[in-house]
Ligand binder design. Sequence first.
Ligand SMILES: [Zn+2]
Ligand SMILES: [Zn+2]
Length: 150
Amino acid sequence: MELGKNLVEGKVNSFINECKKLGIKVTPQRIAIYKELTNTTDHPSTDEIFKKIRTYYPNISLTTIYRTLETFEKLGLISVVNILYNAARYDANLEPHHHLVCVVCKKVEDFYDNSLANLNIPKEALLDYKLLGYTVQINGICTECRKKET
Ligand SMILES: [Zn+2]
Ligand SMILES: [Zn+2]
């Protein structure tokens, strides 16, 4: 799903400001990578972003995309969606939210639920860990994949 143009431009502008604050270079390629990521709710992989950007930056390498996403992630500009059985997937949506994952087509969708914001996580489960946050990931089979099955 693609977001509205104005919304994307607003996000790209705040991204540029954030980069300046963090003191990292704002190159046209970096903006393009961020824009592709923030323009979708599909949680794309490095490969998927690469395929899109290559259409207008034919000289860009997969390594550049990979390193850029890694840099963004380390700086807290994007987050990685971890799916144990798949390549890293990225998310420009830093609002607290959760994921529905289709185990068949590997689609990742967002969902929001306030009651999940204050989960009572047992101390025993955390051991000595300091809790920084959590994301609930629901694994299932999406409507389209269920239709194909029957
Ligand atoms: Zn599916
Ligand atoms: Zn998400």
